[in-house]
Ligand binder design. Structure first.
Ligand code: NAP
Length: 251
């Protein structure tokens, strides 16, 4: 277990209020990390869950729809909460419409949160780690739609393909600085993000039929992947994408 011990580390998790983000924060706290949760709304349930694990929780209410000023934001977060060691870029949104109807507003909204803010938050964090000559861990949340096209989600698919590209690019440039950049690609997970799919009887059946594990994933299913990528002992693992998908990609 010492290989995965995060005692004394601090993780900044975006989108920590709900779903996968809360699960990722709980996994990191369970391994000993203190947590900074960032999202557009207060997150008392996440704070309570982290406190129950005996770790500190620092809340940052910030809308990542605005991808500007993230250098200053990271500076302020570290001044208030202490230095960050691990960044988990989990915040994400999805907009659904047919290709022929998809709007520019839905394109921009998704790209700003899922890709532009992810890159500039990572850049801000990496700049500070390089300045301090400190190792760091960046873990991005990708998707099955980093591999596949999907249906009725053009900006989401573009953003999640982009997340994998940026993960590899940043890994290449930052490896020599002791900073690893990796991604987790969750399969179909039961969260607010997929509420519309779960509620659609036809799509739900189609999805279930294709998952070898025979069930939707749960936030806790990502725990081992995030601990692997966050571990101090994983310093030679960079630029990879770890699918946690119940076998979806194998079909
Ligand atoms: P979720 O419950 O909807 O969580 C999304 C989180 O992102 C929320 O906590 C939300 O917090 C935060 N967020 C959204 N817009 C934001 C903004 N403008 N600024 C700051 N934070 C924002 O859905 P989820 O399934 O856990 O999604 C988490 C990540 O996993 C996303 O990147 C998603 O694309 C990815 N993913 C999900 C699945 C799945 O099947 N569920 C599969 C693959 C990948 P606030 O509302 O408080 O801002």
């Amino acid at each position: 277990m010492t290989l995965f011990d995060l005692t004394g580390k601090r993780a900044l998790v975006t989108g920590a209020r709900t779903g996968l983000g809360r699960g990722l924060a709980q996994a990191l706290a369970g391994a000993g990390a203190d947590i900074v949760g960032l999202g557009s709304q207060p997150m008392p349930d996440t704070a309570a869950a982290i406190h129950a694990l005996g770790r500190t929780f620092h809340e940052v209410v910030r809308d990542l729809a605005d991808p500007t000023g993230l250098d200053t934001l990271v500076e302020e977060i570290e001044a208030e909460a202490g230095p960050i060691d691990i960044l988990v870029n989990n915040a994400g949104i999805i907009r659904r419409a047919d290709v022929l109807d998809f709007t520019e507003a839905d394109w921009d909204a998704v790209m700003d949160v899922n890709l532009k803010s992810l890159f500039f938050l990572s850049q801000a964090m990496a700049r500070r780690w390089v300045q301090r000559e400190q190792p760091g861990r960046i873990i991005n949340i990708a998707s099955m739609l980093s591999y596949q096209g999907g249906i009725r989600v053009p900006s989401y698919t573009a953003s999640k393909h982009g997340v994998v590209g940026v993960t590899k690019l940043m890994a290449n440039e930052l490896a020599a600085r002791g900073i690893t950049v990796n991604a987790i690609a969750p399969g179909y997970m039961a969260t607010d993000n997929t509420a519309a799919l779960q509620a659609d009887a036809v799509r739900n059946r189609q999805i279930m039929e294709r998952i070898p594990a025979g069930r939707w994933g749960e936030p806790g299913d990502l725990a081992t992947a995030v601990l692997f990528l966050a571990a101090p002992a994983s310093s030679y693992v960079t630029g990879i994408v770890v699918p946690v998908d119940g076998g979806w990609l194998a079909r």
